[in-house]
Ligand binder design. Structure first.
Ligand SMILES: [Zn+2]
Length: 260
């Protein structure tokens, strides 16, 4: 075995021991931790625009299962099983993270419909702008940091709304530039280096600003902007144990019961 691989393996085995403690708990793997690990990209843009939900964060990664804070936010919401979380039915998860796939594998009454544009091991491969799914066929959508990659996000939002059953919810997370009133986008930018410089990642096509919520409302969602610090009951009652980002808002979009 090459030395570098062995060193990496030993580090991975040692990390859960080094971070062991009582203050935090990973909702993905159950590890009891003194803290999560810092991690994330350190581009100047993240500080300059105060981008929430991306970039370097102190309490980002679980040292045991490598789940990020933004995955843990979704998991905490699912585990709390509020009225927005269906006990049975189809949950469409766009570009699902491994932690969510593991969680849903144990949910016998839920069909976890894993979708992506190109990755393997999915239930279905499709473009979010043209979903080959019937109208009103889905009980919940999880779209965690995907819309910033999609060429026409308004079409994608309309598609999500179309496939949801009336009254069903979608978790619609994206990185948000808190210091920008309006979304920065320029479809003419295709160079990966320029995208990284302007939008924060080489495959992002925009950087959402404070107008993200109004974009979702304009698409037809009945939107709640939920802070786990203000509504901890929606995240299991004591979500501070999960090492979540106190600035990250959960964008909870519901399909109105009346047709839109
Ligand atoms: Zn973990």
């Amino acid at each position: 075995m090459p030395v570098i691989t062995l060193a990496k393996r030993l580090r991975r085995q040692a990390l859960p021991i080094l971070y062991r403690g009582e203050r935090y708990e990973c909702p993905a793997c159950g590890s009891a931790l003194r803290s999560f690990m810092a991690g994330g990209a350190k581009l100047p843009l993240f500080k300059e625009k105060k981008i929430i939900g991306a970039g370097y964060r102190q309490n980002n990664l679980c040292p045991s299962c490598w789940t990020t804070d933004r995955e843990r936010l979704i998991l905490a919401f699912m585990l709390a099983r509020s009225v927005h979380v269906p006990a049975a039915g189809i949950i469409l998860n766009i570009a699902p993270e491994p932690s969510l796939c593991r969680y849903f594998a144990d949910q016998a009454d839920v069909f976890h419909l894993r979708a992506d544009l190109m990755r393997g091991n999915m239930s279905v491969i499709f473009d979010l702008q043209r979903m080959p799914l019937p109208d009103q066929s889905i009980d919940m959508v999880i779209c965690n940091h995907v819309l910033e990659h999609v060429e026409d996000d308004r079409i994608a939002m309309a598609e999500i709304l179309r496939v949801l059953k009336p009254g069903a919810a979608a978790l619609l997370q994206a990185p948000i530039a808190a210091h920008e009133a309006e979304t920065i986008e320029d479809p003419s930018v295709s160079d990966p280096a320029e995208r990284e410089q302007r939008f924060g990642q080489d495959d992002h096509v925009r950087l959402y600003g404070q107008d993200y919520a109004s974009r979702l409302r304009n698409a037809g969602f009945d939107l709640d902007c939920v802070k786990w610090t203000e509504q901890p009951e929606l995240f299991g009652g004591a979500p501070e144990r999960y090492g979540l980002n106190p600035e990250e808002i959960l964008f909870l979009g519901k399909k109105p019961r009346e047709a839109v």
